[in-house]
Design a protein around this ligand. Structure first.
Ligand SMILES: Nc1ncnc2c1ncn2[C@@H]1O[C@H](COP(=O)(O)OP(=O)(O)O)[C@@H](O)[C@H]1O
Length: 193
């Protein structure tokens, strides 16, 4: 497993699972949300362009996001393998990723979907807001991010399911339990392609 995506609604724990899984697979962890937040914090031109979208829980426009991911996937470490967390989130981004990978002569090995119910997600995110201090963790913005997930990102899952690349993992439960499921899903499917 060298090139993977992890897709899940806000609060599904995909960031935590992505960190663990990329470490155990030895591939570059690439989180678009993390990259955006770091740029907002450092007030870079990218951060200035993206800040209002993040605060409102809106998707950053595709042209900005696509350019950022294209450049990150062109770096040396990512050429060896990556786990992308937070991208693609729209069908247009799926097509962009197809194009980027085709340009490198690469293909995806697996797409992991981490699932959880909406009420559990809202509960977790409101809990996190108290200690993590993310500016997009108010109930109104959380519900908006969830609505965008259902409205836009589920179509992304359909695309990968049609290609036979999607594996679904239940994100309900303790972090270690979910990590075991994630690892099992990647090892069970390795060698499939
Ligand atoms: N692929 C993307 N396309 C557009 N915006 C993105 C993308 N990835 C991240 N973002 C922006 O960063 C924010 C945080 O993303 P992320 O850390 O993945 O959090 P979550 O999944 O909890 O909403 C999103 O609400 C959005 O504003």
């Amino acid at each position: 497993m060298k090139r993977m995506l992890i897709i899940g609604p806000p609060g599904s724990g995909k960031g935590t699972q992505a960190e663990r899984l990329s470490a155990s697979l030895g591939v570059a962890p690439i989180s678009t949300g993390y990259i955006f937040r770091a740029n907002v914090r450092d007030r870079t031109p990218l951060g200035v362009a993206a800040a209002a979208y993040l605060d409102n829980g809106d998707l950053v426009p595709d042209e900005i996001t696509n350019a950022m991911v294209r450049s990150r996937l062109g770096e040396d470490d990512a050429r060896e393998g990556f786990l992308l967390d937070g991208y693609p989130r729209t069908v247009a981004q799926v097509e962009e990723l197809d194009d980027i990978l085709a340009g490198h002569g690469q293909e995806l090995d697996l797409v992991l979907q981490l699932s959880a119910g909406d009420e559990e997600l809202v509960r977790r995110l409101l809990g996190r807001a108290k200690d993590a201090g993310r500016s997009d963790d108010t109930e109104k913005v959380i519900r908006h991010r969830l609505a965008l997930y259902h409205g836009q990102t589920e179509a992304v899952l359909t695309r990968y399911a049609e290609r036979g690349q999607l594996v679904r993992v239940d994100g309900f439960g303790a972090v270690d339990t979910v990590s075991e499921r994630v690892l099992r899903a990647t090892t069970l499917t390795s060698g499939r392609r």
